[in-house]
Design a protein around this ligand. Structure first.
Ligand SMILES: Cc1cc2nc3c(=O)[nH]c(=O)nc-3n(C[C@H](O)[C@H](O)[C@H](O)COP(=O)(O)OP(=O)(O)OC[C@H]3O[C@@H](n4cnc5c(N)ncnc54)[C@H](O)[C@@H]3O)c2cc1C
Length: 397
């Protein structure tokens, strides 16, 4: 039997022999990459994958980017990290064929339409309604905090289809066409000045039943695929960055290049955070190895919580190191973010200090991560959930 690394190498050789990534339209190049099973190598054959372990994706990426293919950008982010895994796990064959290649090429940019003004941590309490009408669903409601919805072609939408069922059971998951009549996207400006996210109003929006992901009433289960992939992406579990990279690299750079008064107390904080960043990185490496060995351990659940704490603490240190200089040199101008980043390039810590405030909220708050760790990892008694078995329509709001 040929070993997986050789299979990957053969496929990449074929891809690069057929198309020069520097001279080929990126959509065409990524489409061929998908067809050769090099999009998500851990997906099944025929759906952009080769049924291999996810670690081999790094081999693909190193070779295609090394040969000059442009890396994924904002148009690919939600499709690659969340919509793709959700569709391949829960979508019909027709949906997989129709939506997966376009998510990988970036022809369809995706966004996540989960949170609502009255439902964030308590996602299962959401109120956006979808009512069946023949082969279509009619959707009304409001979503909020929807990152990059302003560039999205498709939205991962969870809506209530049965208000008489208990809250977790009456939900259904759809691939919403963001260009459909009745979808209105409005910017929300953040503390950084940018509007990276939006509120999305849905008024009598018609969704074909063919765009439903998973069975009617199965929306909660389907959304768990999206959320677990989101946590892993934010926690850094998707891959192991090099030692000393990311936010901590910026703190070290500022210390070496910009700090005149190198007080021991600040040096102690820098070293303590360097150690914590390295422990987090090693925890992610270990989690990845356990996952590959088929034993997903608690490390993956810890990563999201710890990433938020360490990232915020590092950017706080950066502005402390800069002192009064940290207050100038950033414009707070209103911009429509076209890129996402939980860490920034050299010189960006004034903005990233503000952006990092969101780390303990986005993708599930730190309190909710602690609840998950307590209940599912440590086996502690669960929170009292008095509304769990009540029909959603009878839950006080
Ligand atoms: C930068 C950013 C990007 C985002 N992008 C998206 C996106 O693209 N799509 C999307 O759908 N959503 C997105 N969100 C929304 C995010 O998922 C929610 O903000 C988050 O789940 C918290 O919900 P909430 O804001 O309604 O706060 P609430 O749920 O109202 O929580 C308020 C406070 O109460 C605490 N709390 C709530 N319940 C409990 C409990 N049971 N135990 C202990 N404490 C509790 C919370 O920890 C928090 O401190 C984004 C948020 C941010 C900040």
């Amino acid at each position: 039997m040929t070993d997986p690394a050789s299979i990957v190498d053969e496929r990449v050789d074929k891809l690069l022999a057929e198309l020069d990534p520097r001279a080929t339209d990126p959509v065409e190049f990524r489409r061929r990459q998908y067809d050769l099973g090099l999009a998500w190598v851990h997906f099944p054959e025929g759906y952009g994958g080769l049924g291999l372990k996810p670690v081999f994706q790094r081999q693909v990426d190193a070779r295609v980017y090394g040969a000059g293919a442009p890396g994924p950008g904002a148009r690919h982010f939600f499709g690659l990290t969340m919509a793709g895994p959700t569709i391949v796990t829960n979508g019909s064959e027709e949906l997989r064929d129709r939506l997966l290649p376009r998510a990988f090429t970036g022809e369809d940019a995706w966004c996540q339409l989960f949170s609502e003004p009255g439902a964030g941590s308590d996602l299962a309490g959401l109120a956006t309604r979808a009512v069946r009408d023949g082969d279509e669903w009619i959707v009304n409601g409001q979503k909020v905090w929807n990152t990059l919805a302003h560039i999205a072609d498709r939205g991962m939408l969870v809506a209530r289809t049965d208000p008489e069922a208990p809250k977790h059971k009456g939900l259904t998951y759809f691939a919403l066409d963001m260009h459909a009549p009745g979808v209105e996207v409005r910017p929300l400006r953040q503390i950084t000045g940018e509007a990276e996210f939006n509120e999305v109003y849905l008024t009598d929006v018609r969704i074909p039943d063919a765009d439903r992901i998973g069975d009617t009433g199965e929306g909660w289960r389907v959304s768990m695929t999206t959320l677990s992939n989101e946590r892993t992406t934010i926690g850094g579990g998707g891959g192991a960055p090099p030692r000393g990279s990311g936010a901590i690299a910026e703190a070290v750079r500022i210390w070496q290049e910009e700090v005149a008064d190198q007080r021991p107390a600040l040096r102690d904080r820098l070293i303590q955070l360097w150690v914590e960043a390295e422990v987090l990185r090693l925890t992610n490496v270990r989690a990845g190895q356990n996952r590959r060995a088929g034993n997903p351990g608690p490390e993956g659940s810890i990563a999201k919580l710890k990433f938020a704490e360490v990232n915020m603490a590092i950017y706080e240190l950066c502005v402390d190191l800069l002192g009064a200089d940290a207050m100038v040199g950033y414009d707070y101008d209103m911009r429509r973010a076209q890129q996402l980043g939980l860490t920034g390039p050299a010189g960006s810590s004034r903005k990233m200090f503000l952006r990092a405030r969101a780390n303990s909220i986005e993708g599930g708050t730190s309190e909710i991560q602690r609840n998950i760790l307590g209940e599912r990892v440590l086996g502690l008694p669960g929170e009292p959930r008095v509304d769990k078995d009540l029909p959603w329509s009878q839950v006080p709001r």
